[in-house]
Design a protein around this ligand. Structure first.
Ligand SMILES: Nc1nc(=O)c2c([nH]1)NC[C@@H]1CN(c3ccc(C(=O)N[C@@H](CCC(=O)O)C(=O)O)cc3)C=[N+]21
Length: 286
């Protein structure tokens, strides 16, 4: 039996259509269109591709684009000046700082300087804190995209055993906070490079979120037959992009969000959703 596809590409396209209608409503009322800012430092080709994709998505939905690019040797001061500028710019509804930043820069200081109300990534410490507290705030895009994908395909979450592999700030750390809310009610185990007996933990899981960045880490033999498997790993190799889930794992999985075409497009769609929601909040507060 082959796994049912969790089609992130098609689902993201549906979400963009829904968001385009909400943007049209905002602008029909005479408001200015929402604007997404991106701050890109350096010339990592992967980062450039991602940022360009985000602006293409914006154009489709009616969100204006504000691109800010700095050279790889930009100083902390120069990056923070751009942050201050976007915080003050009324045309910028929300923005992201593309990660990772070059190593000589202090990424945490940059993130803390952002206006939390303009944090389209949900990665500002105040917003991560609100997530812990259960206070409404922009949510981290990849975890939100994963939950949305599972919901739309009606993968059972309540009581499900979820195994997350990877403790990164954008995915592994925050996703447990979303999935263990009362509204989702899953039970989450967070595995990482220090985990003993990874295969055992994966085998217990109804849902596996592979976000370690380790090519082919999750094999068919590790999976509980019928498990939902979401491949969030992306490793650039000479043979193109490789995910964390071994290609043969599809034979054991009940559902599969592949890479590409799974969680990546959902991440981008949730970024747009965070911006549209921020614009709606602004419209309601004037
Ligand atoms: N501040 C910040 N926010 C981020 O959300 C963020 C970041 N920094 N840094 C890098 C990672 C990575 N990331 C991806 C988003 C979409 C795809 C995506 O759409 N992938 C396509 C394939 C893309 C391709 O072919 O290159 C897919 O999976 O189908 C991939 C990766 C967001 N990130």
């Amino acid at each position: 039996m082959k796994a049912q596809l969790l089609d992130g590409k098609a689902t993201a396209a549906d979400i963009r259509r829904e968001l385009a209608e909400r943007v049209a409503k905002l602008t029909a009322a005479g408001g200015r269109p929402p604007g997404l800012g991106t701050v890109l430092v350096g010339d990592d080709p992967g980062s450039h591709t991602y940022v360009s994709g985000k602006h293409r998505d914006c154009a489709q939905v009616g969100i204006a684009s504000l691109r800010r690019e700095l050279p790889a040797d930009a100083t902390q001061r120069q990056v923070e000046d751009v942050i201050d500028e976007l915080n003050a710019d009324p045309a910028c509804t929300g923005y992201i700082v593309q990660l990772p930043l070059p190593r000589h820069l202090d990424a945490n200081a940059v993130l803390e300087r952002m206006d939390p109300a303009k944090d389209a990534d949900g990665l500002h410490p105040v917003n991560l804190g609100r997530l812990v507290l259960g206070v409404e705030a922009p949510l981290p895009c990849t975890p939100r995209g994963i939950v949305e994908l599972l919901r739309r395909y009606e993968v059972p979450l309540a009581g499900a055993r979820v195994c997350v592999i990877g403790r990164g700030i954008t995915v592994g750390r925050p996703i447990g906070l979303l999935l263990t809310r009362r509204s989702e009610n899953a039970t989450v185990t967070l595995c990482h490079t220090g985990t003993k007996g990874l295969a055992w933990h994966v085998r217990e899981a109804d849902i596996v979120v592979a976000a370690a960045g380790s090519p082919g880490l999750i094999t068919k033999e590790m999976l509980r037959p019928g498990a939902a498997v979401l491949d969030v790993g992306i490793t650039r190799t000479d043979n193109g992009l490789v995910g964390d889930v071994h290609p043969e794992a599809a034979q054991a999985a009940g559902w599969l969000a592949p890479m590409p075409g799974g969680v990546g497009p959902m991440t981008r769609a949730m970024l747009l959703a965070n911006v549209v929601e921020a614009a709606e909040r602004n419209a309601n507060s004037v």
